[in-house]
Design a protein around this ligand. Sequence first.
Ligand code: PEP
Ligand code: MG
Length: 809
Amino acid sequence: MVGLVIVSHSAALAEGVVALAREMGGEEVAIEAAGGMEDGAIGTDAERVRGAIGRARSDDGVLVLMDLGSALMSAEIAVEMADPDGGPILLSDAPLVEGAVAAAASARGGATLDEVAREARGAIRMKSEQLGGGEPDPDPAQPPADLGSAQQLRLLVENRLGLHARPAARFVGALRGLDAEVQVSNATQGRGPADGRSLTGLAVLGVRGGDEIRVLARGPEAAAALDALRALADSNWGDEPTDDRPDEPPAPQGDSGAPEAGSRLAGVAASPGIAIGPARRLQVPEPVVEDGPVGSVEEERERLDAARAAVRCDLDAARAAIAGRAGAAEADIFDAHALLLDDDALLAPAAAAIGDGSGAARAWQSAAAAAAASFRALEDPYLRERAVDVEDVARRVLGHLAGTPFAAVLDEPGIVLADELTPGEAAALDPDRAYAIATARGGATGHAAILARALGIPAVVGLSESLLAVEDGTPLVLDGEQGTVEIDPDPATIAAREERRRADDAARAEALQRAGEPGALRDGRRVEVVANIGSAAEARPAVEQGAEGVGLLRTEFLFLDRVDPPSEDEQVAVLTEIAEALDGRPLIVRTLDAGADKPLPFLRQAPEANPFLGLRGIRLSLAEPELFRTQLRAVLRVAAEHPLKLMFPMVATLGELRAARAHLDAERAALGSAAELEVGVMVEVPALALAAAQVSPEVDFFSIGTNDLTQYTMAAERGNATLAPLLDAASRAPVLRLVAAVVEAAEAHGRWVGVCGELAGDPEAAVALVGVGVRELSMAAGRIPAVKAALRETDGEAAAAAAQRVLRP
Ligand code: PEP
Ligand code: MG
């Protein structure tokens, strides 16, 4: 497979382009960054480029993409220095970012070096076509001229976003390895034809949801090529079914351009719940950057540093507030913002502009605008949404520089309308005044949407520009489940929505009111309902939501974001604080589960091709005995005073469990600890589930981590939204079968089984889990009232029947 090398004056830029290109090329394509100088300075270094070429090169060759100026010279020197015996090396004149992304997709599709180079060069066409101008590319990804007696196929593109970046990449991928020439036209819009193996070509066709495409194929495997495309179309081009909702016709508009009374806008459902109220706009004073006198370079840099330091404090405060209200995971958004404050992609251009005589505010403003614009230009919707994060942080810093610190005020209660809401604005909303959020832009994975869900504020995003023409005070009904906003509906509609909201609210209120009752089925069978927490601040709010204890304390928060590991005393202090907040309720502490998506900054880990299958969880603890033993000592000390239990994450074999227990026993002996401490094991690896009979005699309990167990059972990365169908519906039966097998083996030895993955917090799934004999359910605290309510409505027999429906659909 052809490899890629990204040469840039900036190491950060090179790494960023590699990350972007990986979105298209995946891990299969070798893509290497060669950015900056050896000492971290801006510039290019032929030796670094040569090294990168060596790593990315194979017999199929390597394409080198460069930014500008001396990058070209460094690359040319690197080619001369390179081993003459390797595969071919080609220097590309393509634009760096667009070229890298297009080349990665093309390389992944198995294209030759020349094809990859042509694809990269043609990439700029996407942009110029989209902007409706530009010179025609002299050498675009040309369609085959004449396909003679080709076979033909017409396909309707039914997914909502059409052949956007990922479906287009899948299109190209489906043809990989087939000996056929394929030509595609957009029959609806009269565009094309284009080469079906060219991502650029497909993009230029501008195929949108609802368009029909015409595919012609010729060659020995033409029929197979058409079959592959038909199958891809049948799978909704690989998109999630939720993307399927056809765009509703735009709401009819009145003279003022505002949607007419009685019309309905359709967007993306981002946070459930029905809200009824008048349209309101959030007042967020924009900092005004004056072109006043500019201090010395030193003074302006200091001003910028001081503003960044002030924002860091603001973000800490926002983080703490959200951790208390919504949970640590959501509060992490503000950690990501704090990282942006130190991001070289913003700091370096701002510092350079100050060096050139700009004031701090102007320099920061332009650096942030450029960074946000580059995010907005991306194809990938998830990455595009990160532009809002940049703008949020940038505005906070500007606010301090311009003397108008960030504030978001809602003058009167109602449904908040905005073009797009930043996480800072969403976090500042008071749920008593902001009944709901409706935005013209944004997606369900945006941080504002995540925060809205965590704060329990109904939200619909991506409602299009028409929303912005709605006048303040207009009566609205927002349905966060359906993803709709009704404009000035008639009284009968309002009454019907009121009725549904009342029923939902009543069910929620009753669930909350009874959340303090012990978890149990209608027939009295006890099911312990406990919380997953990841910080000390979450313990008390969890109890208030009805947690009967903590079934999973993720201790990673003690170790991440710091330059050295926490001391034993520090850990004792935090664990004691949590145990005290639980006031005698049980607390299950999970030992450090770092690695994979949670690297430890103070630990050097060798890069891994697939970190989720690498040195993580108990494997890492066993490889770092000093770190592990310190944590075990802290746990043992607190267990002497409080009802603690301990469990080990990511165990795959009995051998690992025994090794972990040996460390524990050694520390227990050294401490002379006689404290009772139940020891359990998490079941997250299918191998351990299958060995439950052998493991049972050696543990006191099992806690099943269905997030990872699902990931490893389905071979589908847990955070990959495009794999949602595999991770959700398709995984239910196999995962429940594994849970049932563990319960059976555990019960034979008198051991109990709990579940602490997301599944436990889904009321329907929780009932099925209880139906196979799970005795403890541990979940995000906000889920507890609804799960307890669902348990109250079922009995043992009904739960067993629910489990059978999943196991034998
Ligand atoms: C799990 O994998 O289900 C689990 C609870 O652990 P985490 O989500 O922390 O990986
Ligand atoms: Mg896990």
